[in-house]
Design a binder for this molecule. Structure first.
Ligand code: FES
Ligand code: FES
Length: 165
């Protein structure tokens, strides 16, 4: 981190986002969510509550699932961040994205990026999750549209597909 010339109080902060090294000029206490959306134009992470309650801003930071609305960007210095924009492999959707589409797990889409990152985090820890594991793994992510069942089914379907490919 170094002071950014011409912007008193701002610092240059380097981090890796979706595999690419990035440097931003930001106030140290700016929220990671705002840095991703406003500085880096990665608008997949959404602001719902802004208080760490809904999970719509979820990203992976050094492999951990975090609410980016609660992370000062200084805390993300030198961190490895994955957002929903980094989940697909080019034009090839991730198995979770396909399963959400096919199972009706995405409706308005506000919760979807966070849900998929939470599900990806879960499947990395538990490749063959039970429905209880899925409920628990997604318990920090709220959805106002689906009633959750389609989301849980999408995650189970993605796990099944991964097991057979
Ligand atoms: S916007 Fe971050 S948890 Fe709701
Ligand atoms: S799909 Fe609308 S909040 Fe989940």
């Amino acid at each position: 981190m170094s002071a950014a010339a011409g912007s008193p109080g701002k610092c240059e902060i380097s981090l890796t986002v979706n595999g690419e090294p990035r440097t931003v000029r930001a106030y140290p206490m700016e929220r990671l969510l705002d840095v991703l959306r406003d500085h880096l134009r990665l608008t997949g992470a959404k602001e719902g509550c802004g208080e760490g309650e809904c999970g719509s801003c979820s990203v992976l930071m050094n492999g951990a699932l975090v609410n980016s609305c609660l992370i000062p960007v200084l805390q993300a210095k030198e961190a490895d961040i994955v957002t929903i924009e980094g989940v697909a492999a080019g034009s090839q959707l991730h198995v979770l994205q396909l399963a959400f589409l096919e199972c009706g797990g995405a409706q308005c889409g506000i919760c979807t990026p966070g849900m998929i990152l939470a599900a990806s985090h879960l499947l990395r820890k538990k490749p063959a999750p039970t429905m209880e594991d899925i409920r628990e793994g997604l318990s920090g992510n709220l959805c106002r549209c689906t009633g959750y069942i389609q989301i849980f089914e999408a995650v189970a379907e993605a796990a099944r597909r991964r097991a057979t490919t």
